[in-house]
Write a protein that binds this ligand. Structure first.
Ligand code: S3P
Length: 417
């Protein structure tokens, strides 16, 4: 029995909204990983009081009226920190500079800058489409934005800009991305309406703050998926994962795993802090390849690494359609997944924007270059638990970004299984 770490997406959003609240907030089961710390550090520089992020301890946040930070905000490895903060800063009348680590500086920011500029924010690039950036916000115009991407970060940046500026915003997406921002705003009593992949938010006037709140954060489905794959690769046994967030915008991997033959039962389905939660009971089954459709991708974009390593152990081919977005994650995951699967003796290829993994590989043996990407490192560490496997990683520090106790949990369940 194991509780995976707190949901990364919800942790960022909860810390950000709490840092604008009119009274003390308490957040339990937050992610304590490096990405969450990047958000907490930035919020402190903007004037909020954010307590330490420690495993097993609730975090207390006291919101404040944000003021110009004394230093550049260092967003580390965290795209969500940078993109959602840009949304919030778009409504603040001072200049802020943001940067990130080498991986984050390579990731596109215009996707967020474009709608925020259309609302009236000034955003200055230094080296083109990416960090560092300088933003000067202020009074904004309402917007009805047709997003070319199904991206929760783009959608959330616009919603959060609307909140701070007190202007109505509508975002229409080609497919529904994760909806944690809408849910949290709704949970706090704001007027958010969702119809299909369109969300309209009518915030109160700019001067009114977020009410103080307490939030219990579910365990992260994306982190849980690594453990589900460990259980699926085992020769028997059962794994129980507690309090896992099963928000339907995040459970695409569970559908794919079920199609591949993994037995996953949801127990005690409930709602916690406005989010669906359940315990997952996982047992291995005969694994077969599958096709992951383009329509499924937004609901499992972060889970492609663990699904791809599992696919190499299944019977028959697995094709992940239209996963080109993986090229601009913490690493070029599309290239790294195919290359590393080949490095451990499996057959895998990139075909346009598709990833194709042949099943039935011999036990994986070889060395993997993680690209310092937490999800690549964790996926291949998980593959290394397959019977007969011998997989070594180029580094083991990156999982601390989203799952600080990953290796402890991995050894625990591998030993139990
Ligand atoms: C996230 C949205 C997704 C996801 C990322 C977290 C979020 O990115 O890949 O890990 O918390 O909003 P996109 O919005 O770029 O799809």
């Amino acid at each position: 029995m194991l509780r995976p770490p707190g949901d990364k997406s919800i942790t960022h959003r909860a810390l950000m909204l709490a840092s604008l609240a009119s009274g003390p907030c308490e957040l339990s089961h937050v992610l304590t990983g490096a990405d969450a710390r990047s958000t907490a550090r930035a919020l402190r520089l903007l004037g909020a009081s954010v307590g330490p992020l420690r495993p097993g301890r609730a975090v207390r946040v006291r919101g404040a009226r944000w003021t110009a930070p004394a230093r550049t905000l260092q967003c580390g490895n965290s795209g969500t920190t940078a993109r959602l903060l840009l949304g919030l800063l778009a409504g603040h009348p001072f200049e802020t500079r943001l940067t990130g680590d080498a991986s984050l500086r390579r990731r596109p920011m215009r996707r967020v800058a474009e709608p925020l500029r259309a609302m009236g924010a000034e955003i200055r690039e230094v080296h083109g489409d990416g960090l560092p950036l300088a933003i000067r916000g202020g009074r904004l115009r309402p917007i009805s934005y047709e997003s070319p991407l199904a991206s929760a970060q783009v959608k959330s940046a616009v919603l959060l800009a609307g909140l701070v500026a007190g202007v109505e915003v509508t975002v229409r997406e080609p497919a529904c991305s994760r909806d944690h921002t809408e849910r949290l705003l709704g949970h706090l009593g704001f007027d958010v309406r969702v119809r299909g992949a369109t969300v309209t938010f009518r915030p109160p006037p700019a001067s009114s703050a977020v009410p103080p709140f307490r939030l219990d954060i579910p365990a992260d489905m994306s982190s849980a998926t690594f453990l589900v794959v460990v259980a699926a690769l085992a020769e028997g046994g059962e794994l129980v994962l507690e309090n896992v967030g099963v928000n339907p915008t995040r459970t695409g991997a569970l559908d794919v795993l079920a199609r591949m033959g993994v037995h996953i039962e949801r127990r005690d389905a409930r709602t916690v802090s406005g989010e669906p939660v359940a315990d997952l009971v996982v047992r291995p089954g005969d694994l077969t390849g599958t096709e992951v459709t383009a329509a499924e991708v937004p609901r499992l974009i972060d889970e492609v690494p663990p699904l791809a390593v599992l696919a190499s152990r299944a019977r028959g081919e697995t094709r992940f359609r239209a996963v080109g977005e993986l090229r601009v994650k913490e690493s070029d995951r599309l290239t790294l997944l195919a290359r590393n699967l080949r490095a451990v003796g499996a057959e895998a290829a990139v075909d346009g924007d598709d990833l194709v993994v042949a099943g039935g590989a011999p036990p994986p043996v070889g060395r993997v270059e993680t690209g310092r990407d937490h999800r690549i490192a964790m996926a291949f560490a998980v593959l290394g638990t397959a019977p007969g496997a011998r997989v070594s990683l180029s580094e083991t520090a990156s999982p601390a970004v989203s799952y600080p106790a990953f290796f402890e949990d991995l050894h625990r369940i591998a030993a139990d299984g």
